[in-house]
Ligand binder design. Structure first.
Ligand code: NZQ
Ligand code: ZN
Length: 386
């Protein structure tokens, strides 16, 4: 097992009707900005629950943060934060609203002229604004991690950041919120969280027995509850397990003491930046080709995954590894998620070369758990996913 340090300061309030406890998590003198997306919270009752819980606080609101939180929209929220001297941010939404709020927490303290530098330098100023979240869509794990991914339309960029200052103070996780989520977004959440586990697991063995078993348990639980949450989002038991799996998949626990990959995400973000494909679907497009291309270096973990998660125990290491890859693709298909780039855009020719160029320009010359994948390898992996 590799050496590690671990600290996750986010407090969770998990379970039915926990939004009612919001007021006790924010000091009464704070001036709060509630941030949300395109308005789903106004139709499903979450907005009413939040405003009711905060009826004795001073609250302003900013709506309209789009999926793949757009920089230019966030700049409008930043103006409001500065003008109104906001002291606390409350994200009410999925990964996009939470990530946008994390960016604003840093941008509010930023003293320079170009807040995009926060994403480019991956550094945040001291004195970030405190923030909490009310999660409405289980998927990204953003509610209990220090990562944010921000999109910038005019430069076709989608950049991520990870710094300790961006852990939420608290997050409220009421699994009942999933009742109003459209089926394609539930499928996205299942595929995204599944891939988060894979990115931290599908590398090479380092005798981290517990981390492997925890990762496999999350994968098996997602596979078990997927058909239930897809067919009946009102099934509370399934919803609660779905939500907890998504948080556990990316709250830093399972990466401790093991190598991590994240190449699928790095490539996938480019597909969203170029074609606006939903984040989770970009991962489903790239997973098979990434694992096939890197079969030699990943085959032991792939075979272990095939055996322990999919019960495939016969055949050579390579054969089991290949079957593990097939099962993963079948799982995405079972969620109604297509797995070729050409399923999403007719303009896929040249994508691999574009992404190679972007990686070269950013100096991303060695990625993956072994830091051996070059932009040339990335080009081939993307082309295999056409
Ligand atoms: O905007 P509204 O109207 O709220 O609708 C949203 C949005 O259209 C809707 N929705 C959310 N909760 C709902 C609901 N509709 C009905 N009922 C509810 N309870 O769902 C749509 C998608 O929301 P979004 O927040 O974009 O989805 P998700 O949570 O999948 O977040 C995706 C973003 O997170 C980033 C992705 O790159 C993408 O930008 N990621 C963030 C990570 C992190 N911070 O750790 C890691 C991930 O790998 C990922 O990269
Ligand atoms: Zn993801």
């Amino acid at each position: 097992m590799l050496n590690f340090q671990f600290r996750n300061p986010t407090k969770l309030l998990f379970g039915k009707n926990q939004i009612a406890n919001l007021a006790s998590e924010i000091a009464s003198e704070e001036k709060i900005l509630v941030l949300y997306g395109g308005g789903s919270i106004k139709k499903n009752g979450i907005y009413d629950q939040v405003t009711d819980a905060l009826k004795n606080h001073q609250v302003l609101e900013f709506g309209g943060i789009p999926p793949n939180p757009e920089y230019s929209v966030l700049l409008k929220a930043l103006e409001l934060i500065k003008r109104e001297k906001i002291t606390f941010l409350l994200a009410v939404g999925g990964g996009s609203v939470i990530d946008g709020t994390k960016f604003l927490s840093a941008a509010a303290a930023y003293q320079g002229t170009d807040p995009w530098q926060i994403m480019q330098t991956k550094k945040v100023p001291d004195n970030t604004l405190p923030f909490g979240t009310v999660l409405t869509l289980p998927a990204t794990g953003s509610e209990m991690n220090s990562r944010a991914v921000i999109t910038r339309e005019d430069t076709q960029e989608k950049l991520s950041i990870r710094v300790d200052a961006l852990y939420p103070r608290f997050s409220i996780l009421d699994p009942q919120v999933i009742q109003s989520i459209p089926q394609n977004q539930i499928a996205n959440g299942l595929a995204d969280s599944f891939t988060h586990v894979l990115e931290q697991y599908m590398t090479y063995p380092v005798a981290a027995y517990l981390q492997d078993r925890i990762a496999e348990s999350i994968l098996k639980t997602i596979i078990e509850i997927a058909p239930r949450v897809m067919s009946d989002p009102a099934d509370y038991e399934a919803a609660a397990n779905y939500m907890w799996c998504c948080t556990m998949a990316l709250n830093d626990l399972i990466e401790k003491g093991v190598p991590t990959d994240w190449a699928i995400h790095m490539m996938g973000h480019e597909l969203t930046a170029l074609y606006h494909i939903d984040h989770a679907r970009t991962l489903a497009i790239l997973t098979k080709s990434h694992y096939e291309y890197n079969l030699e270096s990943k085959k032991e973990k792939l075979a272990q995954y095939a055996a322990r998660v999919w019960d495939i125990k016969k055949g050579s290491t390579e054969e089991r590894a290949m079957q593990g890859i097939e099962q993963t693709e079948c799982f995405f298909h079972s969620l109604g998620i297509k797995t070729r780039l050409s399923d999403y855009t007719p303009d896929y020719n040249g994508t691999a070369e574009k992404i190679e160029k972007t990686f070269l320009a950013r100096g991303w010359e060695k990625i993956g758990e072994n830091r051996t994948l070059t932009p040339g390898d990335v080009k081939q992996i993307v082309a295999m996913a056409y």
